[in-house]
Design a protein. Sequence first.
Length: 237
Amino acid sequence: MPSVYPVGVRPGKKDLGKNLIRAAIDLDDHLRKCGKNPSKSFPNCERVSISIILTILDRRQKEVRMTPSILVAYATSYGSTQEVAQSIAETLRGHGLEIEVQPAKKVKAFSGYRGVVLGAPLYMFRWHPEARQFLARHRTVLASLPMAIFALGPFHNKEDEFRSAREQLDKELAKFPWLKPTAVEVFAGKFDPDKLRFPYSLMDPLRKMPASDERDWEAIRAWAAGVADALKVKESL
Ligand SMILES: Cc1cc2nc3c(=O)[nH]c(=O)nc-3n(C[C@H](O)[C@H](O)[C@H](O)COP(=O)(O)O)c2cc1C
């Protein structure tokens, strides 16, 4: 039976583990508030308890370090948005943020996330259905988190294509009036007629279009750097 009860915790036999963790957390907080290093100073503790608490604290600190703080979620049909999401994640990491990248459809829980970047391509004037489902499914939690949004769309780096894609995206986002993103951006996309799947593979005008990859990696990195700053400000509020 441990003999350390720094916050007056008296563990019973059944909930010993729970109480011990609580005690360790409180002790850790207390020592930090006093400006002390928890792993070096444990006043009024007996040796056996110290080693148990040190183990728990060590585990907890590892958990804190491993908790991802920003989720980069994406939807994709042909892979180009996934590559953009990964590039954005790299830039965010370069700005000191903990990042996890996941397909939007696989995200189940949000514990530990302090912000979300959601990206998806436009298809036939609509945002990818998995991005829309992501917003609808996780509405409650997303409404309280800072979010940044991007879409891939234009086949070419042309102003009219960008204007049209932005209109398409804005129309989609307007269906989620609770959504107040800190940043919204459209990037040019990638197109390969040889990879078109049914039903697009039957559409002659699409099949005859030349392959293109107009993704502007510099613009993508610059946008991600701005998002990193915006999310850091929100995190510190
Ligand atoms: C069949 C098809 C329809 C598309 N429709 C649109 C569209 O309506 N608006 C737009 O801006 N881009 C459109 N695009 C361009 C895609 O958004 C772009 O190719 C994007 O990079 C694809 O992303 P993915 O590789 O992650 O699936 C379309 C592309 C294809 C192949």
